[in-house]
Every structure is written in C-alpha cells, then in structure tokens.
Design a binder for this molecule. Structure first.
Ligand code: DX5
Ligand code: ZN
Length: 256
C-alpha cells in the first residue's frame, strides 16, 4: 500500500452464518480480524427474501464492540428507522430506490444523523450513482451493490465496479469523510477489481462461511487483494488518471 493510503476495511455480512449460535459467529469473525459487521435487513417486499429486524441488530450490539453497519433492504425505511437507531449501530444505509417520497427519505437521513449515527444510501445494479448525488453532502456511506439485493452467495457483477470510482469521487468532493462500501460477491478473487476502483470497505459474506475454508485467511486475502488493486492504480499507467486527486482527497477523508 502506498504511504498515507488508508487501509481497506472488511465488513462481514452475517446473512449466511449459523443463527443458532450468534455468539460463536461473532467471536469467529472477531478472531478472523474483520473491522465491522454488516447486518442485512430484508422485508420480503423491497426484496423477495426475509431476514431479521431490529431485535437481532440489538443482539449483535450486545455481543460485540465492532462497529455495526445496518443495510436496510426494506420498502419503508422512514417508518422503521427509529427502531434500528435504538440498537446503536455505527451506520444505517437504506436503498435510494425505496418507494418512499423524497421528503420521507430526507427525514430518514435526518433522524439517523440526529441520533449521531452515520447515514448511507445503497444503489442497486439498475440505478446510476447520480441518483445519490443531490444528497452526497449528507452521506457517510454510499453502498454500491454488485449483486441484485436479496440473497448471499451470488456472483459478482463486474460491470458495476466503475460505479465505485464514481461514488468515491462524489464523496471526496463533498468532503465529509464518507466511505464507499461494495456489497455482493466479494472474495479474494474479486477484491482486486474493486480495489482498482478505490474501494474503502469490502463487504464479505459467503466467502467467510465456506466449509473447510479459514475465515481469517480469507479476510487477509481480501484485504491484500483490494489494497494491491488500489496500489496498482495509484502507481500504474494510463488507468491512473485521476487517482492522484482521489488519493489526496481520500487521505483527508477516509478515517471511519
Ligand atoms: C445481498 C446482501 C449482501 C450479501 C453479501 O442482498 O446485501 O450483504 O449477504 O453476501 P455475499 O458476499 O455472499 O455476496
Ligand atoms: Zn448487504
């Protein structure tokens, strides 16, 4: 990694974990060296799948001191956000595509911030990054989805990767220290691709819960691959265009 470039963070998605022993899951992830936990909330409406709600987020809060990132894949974030705030996560991210009014979306972000929690917007594969541009001065997270939201264990969509660099540029220009998270299909093979786009936080789910594979090894490999990708762009060739500017603004911003 080049001097001054921030470390790529690893956020573990627990969707594919064994929910009968959450304490074991959390301790395994802590031992594996993850930086944060990513908690996927699904309502069976915004996405087909159902997962869990605020009580489980609160249970994770009691089990660990790791920062918690709540990813709301629900149709009415403004209606439910207070219950997730009460569980004291580090960030709450909801989808810009949620079928709520613009006023409701603004209210949800304001409520999150009023509680001292970071606010984020997630972008599904069919949505351009520009959809979050008018709120970027209020965002602590832009989450770029590299799978269709709803299920763990899907394949990474490489066509989505350039959105990461676009989101990174928006956040750097806004100057409030927001981070770009990438969600879906990240493992030690795909991490270099997102590293080349300047990713800050790699969300890793199923790759950490494969039988016979060591989670700490995967955490290290994902981080190393992402950082190798970032370094390659920073020191490289024609594709380094703009990387210097990104690097200097990121140095000032990415510290969460
Ligand atoms: C998908 C979820 C993801 C997912 C990540 O809708 O938002 O967080 O669980 O899992 P993998 O890494 O298996 O794609
Ligand atoms: Zn997620």
């Amino acid at each position: 990694m080049s001097q001054g470039a921030p470390r790529v963070l690893i956020s573990a998605s627990v969707l594919n974990a064994d929910f009968s022993r959450l304490d074991r899951v959390v301790h395994k992830l802590e031992r594996a060296g993850v930086d944060r936990l990513h908690l996927d909330v699904m309502d069976g409406h915004f996405v087909d799948n159902l997962s869990f709600g605020p009580d489980i987020v609160a249970a994770f809060r009691r089990l660990t001191e790791l920062p918690l990132d709540v990813h709301l894949m629900i149709s009415e974030p403004a209606r439910h956000v207070d219950r997730f705030i009460a569980a004291q996560p580090q960030t709450i991210t909801f989808h810009v595509e949620a079928p709520q009014t613009e006023v409701q979306k603004d209210q949800a972000i304001a409520a999150i911030h009023a509680a001292g929690v970071g606010a984020g917007l997630a972008i599904s594969p069919g949505t351009p990054v520009q959809a979050v541009a008018d709120r970027v001065d209020r965002l602590d997270v832009i989450m770029v989805m590299t799978v269709v939201p709803g299920w763990g264990g899907q394949g990474f969509m490489p066509d989505m990767a350039p959105k990461i660099a676009e989101a990174r540029r928006l956040l750097s220009a806004a100057g409030r220290g927001g981070l770009v998270h990438v969600d879906g299909g990240i493992n030690h093979r795909t991490a270099e691709i997102v590293g080349r786009q300047g990713i800050d936080v790699c969300i890793v789910g199923s790759a950490l819960f494969q039988r016979g594979r060591d989670a700490s090894e995967e955490v290290d490999l994902v981080r190393e691959s992402a950082q190798r990708g970032r370094l390659a762009v920073e020191t490289d060739t024609p594709s380094a265009q703009g990387a210097g500017a990104r690097r200097s603004s990121r140095r000032a911003s990415a510290s969460a």
